[in-house]
Structure formats: structure tokens, C-alpha cells
Design a protein around this ligand. Structure first.
Ligand code: NAP
Length: 312
């Protein structure tokens, strides 16, 4: 059961930003309550080896990094709940959060609700998720052994997913709408050097084709240069075309840009006193674990200063 008293700090989200904020707020004796939501751990929990988080020269598994941060925050007194924030009311000197069916009150709120994988918006999409359509190679890759699969996208996520999938699939098609990858050079080079990965350039998926049992059987492709269409048999489609910020619960209540990313006044302060912002929910540019951790730290420090000023 959640504590119904006025909280000092509530943190929405338990990815890299939320957990870093929790570590800092807990070490400042604020006993933060972290509302993890239905998908705890954020994007790092669905990734593989993280090679660019400082301090791990041999890399660290994303889920392990999240477990370590969670344990670190808990050790200093952070509390966790799987409740999901669905609404928010901004008051003069506190904030009300609807978490599942309960309203919670807090003096300071840190929003670190992250971003979620984007899908193409094609017919049958919702029905096919979990039946040969997914955005998480780490979660579902092992189900597709010795069969052809495809990855859609040309960024670092698409590169990382393609490389990971070569462990299982007989062939990995990388379908990208341009003829040049957006991914960092090191990742793009690895993809292009891997014999199991076949890039299909200048091409978009226009249709998912399920079999009679409703499992993915193939995709319809269209070359955007020639308009030529063809069918490509694949047992699973891994969509890696970026993310949308998780801000539905606060729509219209806090400053956001047209795509829904929250806007911070400086690094982590929102325009509303007592509301702080951290991580990918406000970051359309860097979107790295280390920048999320950095803004998580800033949000907790700003919240601590705000609470100290309230007591004066
Ligand atoms: P991203 O960099 O935004 O790349 C998205 C890719 O999907 C782009 O290639 C884009 O094509 C394509 N795309 C977008 N919308 C599409 C659509 N409707 N149809 C077809 N293709 C579409 O996203 P990301 O790869 O998820 O990476 C996000 C951030 O996380 C980046 O900053 C990245 O560096 C970082 N990241 C880092 C690592 C790592 O360092 N190991 C791993 C994963 C992610 P265009 O290129 O034509 O725009």
C-alpha cells in the first residue's frame, strides 16, 4: 500500500534518470517514493551491452546496470511502487498525482517517465505485437532461432538490435528508408561488416503479412526510389525507429513541445515550482544513459534545494 501522507519527493519512472534522482534524493534523506509504472527499468532494461557508460571499460549489461542503480537507491532509503501515474494536478505548494486509483500528494515531483518505442502505425499492428512484431530484440530475439527476421530503422538501436539478433536468426534484414545509417560510425561499421546482416536500403515496410494463425509471415516492402514492391518472408519484425516521450498523463498541464517532450527552464527545473524533469522525457537530442543520469542528479539536487527553501 502506498503512503497517503504528503510525500517530500515523488519520482515518476525508474529508468536511468529516475533511479539516479532516487539515489541523490535518498542520500539527501528525503526518502523518495519512486512510482515505477508497469515497465520498470526504462529503456536500459531492454538493451544489451552498454559500452559507453563511464566506469565500465568492458561494458555492462543494461538490465544489470538498472538493477545496480535500483539497489543503490534502495540502500539509501528510496521506496518503490509499481503504481503508474495517470494524472497530475498542480497546486500552489504541492502536486497531486493519480497513481492507479489513488491520489498522492507530494511537495516535489521529479518526472523521469522516459520515452517509449515508436511503431509504424500500419494495419494489424496492435494485434501482431507479441506475434512476430516487437520493439525489443533483447526480450524476444531468442524466440526466433534459425529463421529470417528483419529490423526496421537505421539508428543505433537498429544497429544494436541487428547485431544482437545475429546470435539467433538465420538472417537479419536491416530495412532502412535511406541509403545511409544514422547510427554512430562504430555501430554502422559493425553492422555492415556482419555477413549475417543484409541491409535493404531506401525501403519502407508498407504492410505486415500474418499467416493463418495470426503470426508474422512476411512484410511488404516498397523501394522509395523506384516504387518497386515485393514481399519479404520474415518470422519477426523488430521495429527500431525511435521513441515518443511518455507524457500522456501530463498533456496540457506542463510546457511541452509539439511532439510532447517536456520543456525544462534550465537543466531540470520546469516552469512550475516543485516540478522537476529528468531524462528522455525532455531530451530529444542526446538520449543517452549518462545524460539521463546527469539530469536525474540535477533534478534531485534542485528538488532538495526547493524543499530547503520552503522550510525557510
Ligand atoms: P534514432 O537515432 O532517432 O533513429 C531512428 C531511425 O529510425 C532513423 O534511422 C530513422 O530514419 C528511422 N525512422 C524513424 N521514423 C521512421 C519511420 N516512420 N519509418 C521508417 N524509419 C523510420 O533512434 P534510436 O536508434 O532509437 O536512437 C535513439 C538515441 O539513443 C540516439 O541518440 C542513439 O545514439 C542512442 N542509442 C545509443 C546506443 C548505444 O550507444 N549503444 C544504442 C541505442 C540507442 P532516418 O535516419 O532517415 O531519420
Amino acid at each position: 500500500m502506498l503512503d497517503l501522507l504528503m510525500e517530500k519527493v515523488i519520482i515518476l519512472g525508474s529508468g536511468c534518470a529516475g533511479l539516479t534522482a532516487a539515489i541523490y534524493a535518498a542520500r539527501a534523506n528525503l526518502s523518495p517514493l519512486v512510482l515505477e509504472g508497469r515497465q520498470p527499468g526504462g529503456q536500459l532494461s531492454t538493451t544489451t551491452l552498454v559500452e559507453n557508460y563511464p566506469g565500465f571499460p568492458d561494458g555492462i549489461d543494461g538490465p544489470q546496470l538498472i538493477i545496480n542503480m535500483h539497489d543503490q537507491a534502495e540502500k539509501f532509503g528510496a521506496r518503490f511502487s509499481y503504481a503508474e501515474a495517470t494524472d497530475l494536478e498542480l497546486r500552489n505548494n504541492h502536486v497531486r498525482i493519480k497513481a492507479d486509483d489513488e491520489w498522492l500528494e507530494t511537495q516535489a515531483l521529479i518526472i523521469a517517465s522516459g520515452a517509449s518505442a515508436r511503431y509504424l502505425g500500419l494495419e494489424n499492428e496492435e494485434k501482431l505485437v507479441g506475434h512476430g512484431l516487437t520493439s525489443c530484440a533483447t526480450c524476444d530475439g531468442a524466440f526466433y532461432k534459425n529463421v529470417p527476421v528483419c529490423v526496421i530503422g537505421g539508428g543505433d538501436s537498429a544497429a544494436e538490435e541487428s547485431l544482437f539478433l545475429t546470435r539467433f536468426a538465420s538472417k537479419v534484414y536491416l530495412i532502412h528508408r535511406r541509403d545511409k545509417m544514422r547510427a554512430s560510425k562504430i555501430m554502422a561499421d559493425r553492422v555492415l561488416a556482419n555477413k549475417k546482416i543484409e541491409p535493404i536500403w531506401n525501403t519502407v515496410v508498407t504492410k505486415y503479412i500474418p499467416d493463418e494463425k495470426g503470426e508474422m509471415r512476411a512484410v511488404r516492402l516498397r523501394n522509395v526510389k523506384t516504387n518497386e514492391e515485393r514481399e519479404l518472408p520474415v518470422a519477426c519484425v523488430f521495429v527500431a525507429i525511435g521513441h515518443d516521450p511518455n507524457t500522456k498523463a501530463f498533456a496540457g498541464k506542463l510546457d511541452s513541445d509539439p511532439e510532447g517532450y517536456l520543456i525544462a527552464k534550465n537543466l531540470a527545473e520546469s516552469k512550475h515550482p516543485g516540478v522537476f524533469i529528468a531524462g528522455d522525457v525532455a531530451d530529444r537530442v542526446y538520449r543517452q544513459a549518462v545524460t539521463a543520469a546527469g539530469t536525474g542528479c540535477a533534478a534531485a539536487m534542485d528538488a532538495e534545494r526547493y524543499l530547503r527553501d520552503l522550510e525557510k
